[in-house]
Design a protein around this ligand. Structure first.
Ligand code: NAI
Length: 399
């Protein structure tokens, strides 16, 4: 019976689904340290983790027969991806499952800031009744500037237009504009006309500090600023100065340059004193709906890899999307990306008189992946020959 180990309170759907698929599943509520993890992985085929479990080179070296790791979260920094790939361990994550949750928080931030809800709440808590409309606005007809028009930015664009906002966006890549959104030729032109600026860029190194004093200075008088992407992209000191001076009328920040390791840890920020400020502890994607969607998405990827060899959306192996193998058997062959490997596989099969019914090859960086459907299952000697092909990392026979 294949074994799965699920750590860190992964959504119960994962365990249920894997059990229904014939897996013996062990679940643990917390993360495990390196040595504990190595011990717990004895005989385990599939590992499920979230962000707190580190799968280091040492863990991989100690348990090289692990088949796949599912990160039931967005990030995969906690895994040595290259090392996992070089041992034929596929890694999957859930890059899109919390997109809607992030979008909803941004919409909430925009409306709350434009109505000065944080400031009103602060006054009420301190016994002050201020019924004034000064500085409060509808979002309808205002211009939203989206910086980074990827999964989140483009979905936000659609929802913001439904609220009656004009959407402009800037992306370093050519992106299809959704609805009536307008692409801006550069960041400055977006900043000069936007009533709200929201950052949704990815975590590439070059984005470190990319939104600083120069960019805040270019924003419209009275505009609001939102960063829910990565903590290192915006200079929070510069943001504070622009709030204190009255240049910007409010801000929402969900991500910080240095964040506590776990819930319950103390956290201090100089932005806490600002009047019209929403501070949230990196919860942009944290909803029960997103957790459930992540549970479904990653479990599906793990099972498709287990059952069919499909590496669709794997973060470390060449991606091949496959239909089910209808007859005979399927051979998956992961190897070093060297010339002639496909021919080597086919030569072994030809010698054994085995007919190839379908075949796909994908390569990525150091790795090549060939999936071959054959009319009959090769005998033990032919399988051994396939395994012995120079550069072979891992071979599996499915079906
Ligand atoms: P994505 O990769 O789909 O989109 C990012 C877009 O930003 C791409 O279109 C890219 O071309 C563009 N981009 C990169 N650098 C840029 C720059 N300097 N100027 C303009 N455009 C630039 O990413 P996705 O899924 O939309 O996520 C966006 C961000 O949100 C990521 O940083 C992600 O880590 C973060 N995030 C935060 C969450 C939270 O809880 N606060 C939850 C989920 C995602």
């Amino acid at each position: 019976m294949p074994k799965a180990l699920l750590l860190e309170n992964i959504h119960p759907f994962a365990a249920q689904s894997l059990r229904e698929h014939g897996f013996q599943v062990e679940t643990l509520p917390g993360a495990l340290g390196e040595d504990e993890l190595i011990e717990a992985l004895d005989g385990v085929d599939l590992l499920g983790i979230r962000s707190k479990t580190t799968v280091s080179a040492k863990v991989i070296d100690a348990r090289p027969t692990l088949t796949a790791v599912g990160c039931f979260c967005i990030g995969t920094n906690q895994i040595d991806l290259a090392h996992a790939g070089s041992h034929g361990i596929a890694v999957f994550n859930a890059p899109y499952s919390n997109t809607r949750s992030v979008v909803e928080l941004v919409v909430c931030d925009i409306i709350c800031l434009m109505r000065r809800i944080p400031a009103h709440t602060h006054h009420m808590r301190h016994g002050l009744w201020d019924k004034s409309a000064t500085g409060s606005h509808e979002v309808r007809g205002k211009t939203l500037g989206i910086v980074g028009y990827g999964n989140i930015g483009s979905q936000l664009s659609v929802v913001a237009e439904a609220l009656g906002m004009h959407v402009v966006f800037y992306d370093v890549e050519e992106k299809l504009a959704m609805g009536n959104a307008q692409r801006m030729p550069n960041l400055q032109s977006l900043l000069e006309i936007s009533d709200a600026v929201t950052i949704h860029v990815d975590g590439r190194r070059s984005n470190t500090g990319f939104f600083g004093e120069d960019q805040f200075s270019q924003m419209k008088q009275g505009a609001i600023f939102i960063n829910i992407s990565r903590g290192f992209v915006a200079d929070l000191g510069a943001l504070k100065e622009h709030l204190d001076s009255g240049h910007l009328s409010g801000a929402a920040v969900d991500v910080f340059p240095v964040e506590p390791k776990k819930s319950g840890d103390p956290f201090i920020t100089a932005l806490a004193d600002e009047d019209n400020m929403i501070l949230t502890p990196h919860i942009g994607g944290s909803t029960l709906e997103a957790q459930e969607a992540i549970g479904h998405f990653v479990t599906q990827r793990l099972l498709e890899y287990w059952d069919q060899g499909s590496t669709m959306l794997s973060v470390n192996l060449p991606q091949i999307t496959l239909k089910s193998c209808v007859s005979g058997a399927r051979i998956t062959h992961l190897h070093a990306n060297l010339p002639g490997k496909l021919a080597d596989v086919n030569q072994v099969l030809r010698k054994a008189g085995i007919n190839v019914t379908a075949q796909s090859l994908g390569t990525q960086d150091e790795l090549g992946y060939v999936v071959t459907d054959v009319s009959t299952r090769p005998d033990a000697a032919s399988l051994e020959e396939l395994r012995r092909i120079t550069g072979t990392i891992r071979m599996r026979v499915i079906g």
